[in-house]
Design a protein around this ligand. Structure first.
Ligand code: GLN
Length: 486
């Protein structure tokens, strides 16, 4: 059996492709379809660890949740994790194969395409429907040669494509018509309709525009999705800029937004928590007084540490500690808290060592071969349950690890808790996603009557809202025929 394949491409980055794919996945599942998400090629620094022991983009992990299945490497066979403005780590079928610049990657694309097709074949055999997400826009004419992310894939597997555009940023008709104009005739022919996203206002005023669009292009508008406020989905890559106003916030948390921050989805639970005021600290900004500073993960730990020092934030963090503030380092952030970071093989840039901030007595060496784990255990304080995932090349060692942050199932320990109880280092991404661990950590940071929050349940509710929006606002008769819904 071969699955129904339907692809979503966007007129721009952030047009809403990931959310629409998530929505369609849950909608199809509601209709009893065994469905899987697929993103041939993704570029993101937020990744998830799969059940088959690899690494994929986090958006595909959320889409897997929408499908009711565990994340697998086939859902995102090629992942590019940029670690400079010109180079990226290339991850194929869940594992890093090389560091490449754009030119190397262009020649490598033939192999990448093989990997994409292998995953495509496996998924279309195992599922009844596969909903595919493109990347960026298909109209990047300079990237069309050997494209595997958008029309190159759609042409190879001969699937219908929905084009989505964001009306909130303006220019929606120009985006749709212009994108179509830049496609080849056969690519244009496979665009089966448009979805307009993030609409607010009076639909009656939009109608003449929709009528014009259908006349002009000969293609239907499949629906207009409303601007859905407060969705708890994980950002694929871009850092969310909007800061919700929270009248009940009592714990102030500051996260330095490092240039190569990785897995900033770690902070989704804090962003959603009604009592936490989460502040992402940008370049040139002085850290405000706060209860807790969190050093996030980083794809280029030594370079980001140098950048943090250049901002003068190391001195600000030292002052924060003198005033009794709490500090957490996650993954790359934990490595920065140690005495030194060694990269003898140049895995993350120029080979060499850097002095760490030396607040924890440990050192880290980056090694070939990434550690990818899905972990469960208990915090060594508060006895709270914790789960998370690890993605790192660094191996840390030193006396500080003798007082671990958590004791993991299977006998391993994780991270460190400083003797004065002020500083925590952990390799666990997603550490705030476990309601018990979140509660214990907020209490440790000074929020004594923290309300409980389950970010997984919030995500689930958001996925349900998205599927409701499909049901209410899109042409479901068409969707049923494309996805094989009875
Ligand atoms: N996710 C991370 O923060 C990774 C930290 C560091 N880049 C490593 O690979 O060890």
């Amino acid at each position: 059996m071969s699955a129904h394949v339907l692809m979503v491409q966007g007129c721009t980055s952030d047009a809403g492709k990931s959310a629409l794919v998530t929505a369609l996945c849950r909608w199809a599942r509601r209709h009893g379809v065994r469905v899987a998400p697929f993103k041939p090629q993704n570029m993101a620094l937020n990744s998830a660890v799969t059940v088959d022991g690899g690494e994929i983009g986090r958006a595909q992990a959320v889409q897997a949740q929408a499908c009711g299945v565990e994340p697998r490497v086939d859902f995102n066979p090629v992942l590019l994790k940029p670690n400079s403005d010109t180079g990226a780590q290339v991850i194929v079928h869940g594992h890093a194969v090389a560091e490449m610049d754009a030119r190397d990657y262009h020649s490598y694309k033939r192999h990448a395409f093989e990997a994409v097709m292998t995953s495509h074949r496996r998924l279309t055999h195992a599922y009844e429907a596969v909903i595919v997400e493109g990347a960026g826009s298909p109209a990047e004419i300079n990237l069309r040669d050997r494209d595997i992310a958008n029309m190159g894939y759609a042409e190879a597997v001969d699937c219908p494509v929905i084009l989505i555009a964001d009306i909130d940023r303006g220019g929606v008709f120009a985006h749709l018509v212009g994108t179509l104009a830049l496609l080849s005739a056969s690519e244009r022919a496979r665009v089966v309709g448009f979805v307009i996203n993030r609409f607010r206002g009076d639909i009656a005023l939009l109608q003449p525009g929709l009528d014009w669009l259908q006349r002009e292009t000969g293609k239907p508008v499949l629906g207009v999705l409303p601007y859905l406020h407060g969705l708890q989905l994980e950002a694929e890559d871009a850092l969310p800029r909007v800061r919700d106003s929270k009248p009940d916030a009592r714990l102030r948390v500051v996260v330095p937004a490092l240039p190569r921050i990785s897995n900033h989805t770690d902070f989704d639970a804090l962003r959603a928590h009604p009592q936490v005021d989460l502040h992402l600290l940008g370049p040139g900004e002085a850290p405000p007084a706060c209860d807790l500073i969190i050093l996030p993960g980083s794809k280029s730990t030594r370079a980001d540490l140098a950048w943090l020092r250049a901002q003068g934030w190391d001195r600000a963090i030292a002052r924060h500690l003198r005033y009794g503030g709490k500090l957490i380092g996650i993954c790359g952030g934990l490595q920065m808290l140690g005495r030194a970071i060694h990269d003898p093989l140049g895995i993350e840039g120029v080979a060499g060592s850097s002095d760490g901030l030396a607040w924890l007595d440990l050192e880290t060496t980056l090694e070939l071969g990434k550690q990818l784990h899905r972990t469960r255990g208990r915090l060594s304080f508060g006895d709270a349950h914790v789960h998370g995932y690890e993605i790192h090349c660094g191996v840390s060692y030193g006396p500080a690890l003798a007082t671990p942050f958590a004791r993991l199932d299977g006998g391993r320990n994780d991270g460190a808790l400083s003797a004065d109880g002020q500083i925590v280092g952990t390799y666990l991404h997603g550490v705030f996603d476990d309601p018990q661990a979140l509660h214990a950590l907020l209490q440790w940071a000074g929020l004594h009557d923290a309300v409980t929050l389950d970010v997984h349940a919030l995500r689930e509710a958001s996925i349900e809202r998205l599927a409701d929006a499909v049901e209410q606002h899109l042409d479901t008769a068409q969707l049923k025929s494309w996805l094989g819904v009875a």
